[in-house]
Design a protein around this ligand. Sequence first.
Ligand code: FCB
Length: 442
Amino acid sequence: MLPKRADFPADFQFGVATSSYQIEGHSFGGAGPTHWDTFAATPGNVVRAENGAVACDHYHRWEEDLDLIANVGFDIYRFSTSWARVMPEGRGPVNREGLDFYDRLVDGMLERGFKPALTLYHWELPAALADKGGWRNRDIASWFADFTQVIADRLGDRIWSAAPINEPWCVGWLSHFLGHHAPGLRDIRATAHAMHHVLVAHGKSIRVMRSHGMKNLGAVCNLEYPIPADETPEAAAAANLYDAYYNRFFVEGIFKGRYPQEVMEAFAPHMPHNWEDDFALIGEKLDWLGLNYYTCKRIAPTEGPWPAHHEVDGPLPKTAMGWEIYPEGLYQFLTRLKREYTGDLPLYVTENGMAAPDVVEDGKVEDPHRIAYYRDHLAAVQRAIAEGVPVKGYIGWSLMDNYEWALGYEKRFGLVHVDFDSLQRTPKASYLAWKDALGSRG
Ligand code: FCB
C-alpha cells in the first residue's frame, strides 16, 4: 500500500516522468540524428547496441499514454523536448512537425487536467552539435539558448514548470569522465569543460525563459548518497570527494557561486578560460530545485590517479540496476539541501523509482518490490516535510518501461509494462497502487 494523497499537505502534488529519447521513437517525424544514435551504433557502448529509434513509439501512441497518466490521477507530468526533433541540425531550421508534436502533447496534457512540467534537455544532443564538440564547446550555451527560445515561443504560454537540463552530473561526469553515456569520453579536461558549460547553458536558458515571461523555473540535479566503505579516515575522505563532484558541484555552482575546493584541486588546470566570471549567470534566481534520487554508494580509496577511489558492494537489498535501496538517503538530501543550499525554496523529488525484471502473466504484472520502494521513499519525504523541509511534490520514474540508455531495453522502471515487440502497454500492480493512493485529482 502507498500512503494516500490525504497523508500529505493539501498543496502537495504527485506526478510521473519520462523523457523524449527514451520513449518517443526518434526515427519518426523528421527528428535529426543525436549523439545517442551514434554512441549506440558503436560496439560495446549499449547492451545489444539498442537505440531509441522506436522506443515505446510514444510519438504515435501519445494519446493512449496521456490517458494512462490521467487515469491514475497524477497532478504533474514531467516530460522532455528533444532538441534534435525540433532542430534536426541543432541550429537553424526548425522541424515544424516536431514542434507541432510537442504542441499537441502539451494541449493533450491540459485537456486531461494535469500540469506539463518541461525539461528542455534530457540528453539527446543533436549529432551536428556533437560534431562541434558538444558540451566541451562553450558555444553550446548560445545554441541551447536559441533552442530554448524556439520552445518558449511555441509552448511557453502553457507550461506549468520548466527546467533547462536533466541531471548535469550525467551530462558532465558520467558522459565525459566515466564514458558510460554519450559521447563516451574519458577525459578530465573534457569533463571540466562540460561540467562548467552545462551550468552556463542552464543559466542562459533560464534567462531566455524569464524574459519570455515563463514562470516556475527550476533545475533538476541527481544526487547519490555516499557512504564511506569502512571506518578509516581514508574512506571518509574518498566519500567526501565523491560527494563533492557528484552532489555538491552543481548546487554549489548555482546557489553559492563557487565550485567545491576538493574538485578544483584536480580541475583547475583544465577549466575553460575565465570560468570564474560566469557565476552571475549560473546563479540566476530559481523558483524550485528538483532532486532525482535512486540510491547510495559505498566508497573506498584506491591507489592511482585522482579521484583515487572505487565503489564497493553494499549489504542492502538491490534493484535490477544493482542499486541498493536506501530511502534514508532521500531524507538526508532533502534536509541537507534546505539547510545548506536552498532554505525556503520549494523542493521537488523529480525522479525516484526502481528497475525490476517484470513479466506479464495472465494480463497482470505483480511488482510488490516497486510498491514497497515507492512507499518507503514517500515515507522519507513525509519525514522531511514533518521537519519543515518545503518539499512540494513527488514525481516517480517512470510512467512506462523505456530505453534505459546504455542498458538498452533490459531495465524496466515503468508503472506500465511495455512489450517491446508488440508495444502493448500493461499497467502493473504499482500503477494500480498509485491509482488507489491518489484517487481522483484533488
Ligand atoms: C536517471 C535519468 C532517467 C533514467 C533514470 C533511471 O538518471 O534521468 O532518464 O534513466 O535515471
